[in-house]
Ligand binder design. Structure first.
Ligand SMILES: Nc1ncnc2c1ncn2[C@@H]1O[C@H](COP(=O)(O)OP(=O)(O)OP(=O)(O)O)[C@@H](O)[C@H]1O
Length: 263
């Protein structure tokens, strides 16, 4: 299996995604919600980054903005060196198709396509023929994710966890430069979760893919080599790899500080 295609490095460092003072407001006037508040961060190529934080802290907004699915209110986002705000919708779509794989909280599978067709959809959309290595990688993913005996089933015939695994296979299949995964293990049992997390770690370490994963789960985040913490739209933590216990303590610390601040 060959690594993800090499892409030019950005800004002198090998960064794939960077946020510069990014703010995102929903609505305006006194009722506006500041979902991201002056977030500045550089995500290096080939890293596995977990994004954590309480409900409503801005994690999904972070992912949507990173992918150019949502516009920022202030600041800028660069994906593979390209400032997203400077691209029109078509150029953003092309950039996403060539560089980004998604695992959404809602799996966004195509109900009329079977498992294999769903997994191969990114190739179809990009007009890309599968190489022998692509075929081998897709079969490997279907096997590791426990989907080999489900390839002709449609999403409606699968459990929630199986659908989630199809979404993960689809995101990883074309070996995109960056995979944005929002709670990718949310519907999975312990064993399937470990397999998915191991796969994401392999994608980063062995194939140089950049993984950004939102999770509430300290065990899931402990597979990452970096942990970002958001609270009220602000980046309040940026840590190297930690154990599940350390992550749990960190999150409890932030909760206590917030409650103290709110009291
Ligand atoms: N389309 C929208 N319109 C208005 N407010 C929004 C919209 N999307 C998100 N928000 C608000 O922005 C803030 C951040 O939301 P976001 O979904 O990014 O949080 P999150 O950390 O992903 O939450 P969760 O863990 O519950 O999924 C929240 O206060 C939310 O209510």
């Amino acid at each position: 299996m060959c690594p993800a295609p090499a892409l030019p490095s950005v800004e002198g460092v090998d960064s794939l995604l960077s946020f510069r003072s990014v703010s995102k407001l929903y609505g305006d006037g006194p009722g506006a919600v500041r979902a991201l508040d002056e977030v500045t961060v550089v995500v290096p190529r080939g890293g596995f980054t977990a994004v954590m934080g309480p409900s409503g802290s801005g994690k999904s907004t972070f992912m949507n903005v990173a992918a150019g699915l949502d516009d920022v209110t202030a600041g800028e986002v660069l994906l593979d060196g390209q400032p997203l705000h400077a691209l029109d919708d078509r150029a953003r779509t092309v950039l996403r198709r060539t560089h980004v794989g998604f695992v959404f909280q809602s799996f966004n599978l195509v109900p009329t396509l079977d498992v294999r067709e769903n997994v191969l959809l990114p190739f179809e959309l990009a007009g890309r023929r599968l190489s022998a290595e692509d075929h081998a990688w897709v079969e490997h993913l279907l096997g590791v994710l426990g989907l080999a005996d489900r390839v002709t089933h449609r999403p409606g015939e699968l459990s929630g966890g199986q659908q989630q695994r199809v979404a993960i296979a689809r995101a990883l299949a074309p070996r995109p430069a960056v995979v944005l995964a929002d709670e990718p293990t949310g519907n999975l049992d312990t064993r399937s979760s470990r397999e998915v997390l191991g796969l994401l770690r392999t994608a980063a370490r062995e194939y140089g893919q950049t993984i950004v994963m939102v999770s509430h789960d300290p065990v899931a985040a402990s597979y990452a080599d970096r942990v970002l913490v958001l609270a009220d739209g602000r980046l309040v933590g940026d840590h190297d790899a930690m154990s599940p216990q350390q992550i749990a303590e960190l999150l409890i610390g932030f909760e206590v500080a917030r409650e103290g601040g709110a009291a």
